[in-house]
Design a protein around this ligand. Sequence first.
Ligand code: SAH
Length: 240
Amino acid sequence: MTPRLEPLEPPQEFLEDAASFAITFDPGDTDRMGLYLALLLETNRKFNLTAITDPADAWRKHIFDSLTLLPWIGATAAKRVIDLGSGGGLPGIPLAISMPGVQFVLVEATGKKATFLEQAVAELGLSNVRIINDRAETLGQDLDTHRRRYDVVTARAVGRLTVLVELAVPLLRVGGHLLAIKGSSATGEIKQAKRAMHLLHCHLSNTVKTPTGTVVVIEKLRESPKVYPRRPGEPKRSPL
Ligand code: SAH
């Protein structure tokens, strides 16, 4: 299918940010990322997917910010990654464009957003991405397909770390990693998540400041107790 929209051009600052982070692109990668941003900003005029509407800002705060997880996914030789609360596709879609050999599952509870993700993935021709319109809590208790099946969970702006740990860790294999993109609240959220990390049998293995945020890396040490995640809505309503 011929794309309806023209890809947005990557600004020089984005290319410099990426180079300073040792991120390299295959031919066509930045074109696909630019087409993704064009789709995101176009659809955003119809319903809210992002507060960021300036293209240069979007390259930095959406694409570059997502790509700050690349070194971590690369380092663990991950084959299966799940992005929780993907919203308009962040960080999942930019990562999937950069890592065509890795399988990505994007989970989004809101139907309208999941439909946008389906359309974007089709238009971008991303054969390594699957969209699931469901809640992380439900997948976390799905023993046949999802629980314990992932090498990496990614998430940006999906609740406080206490809540995220309960949603994410049951989906990981033992030794797998949760990569959370956080802002200036990272240190406080980590302190607050101590009990959740203990209950879910995981530990903080790294916190890394990047030009756009803080990456929090949490490693699963042993199997998660069966009771987690609790039923949909409960992790947020009554955080551990
Ligand atoms: N990650 C995106 C979107 C953040 S907004 C970004 O950084 O731009 C948070 C999104 O998570 C919303 O779209 C919301 O619908 C979704 N969400 C929140 N809790 C969820 C859950 N338990 N399961 C699945 N999706 C969830």
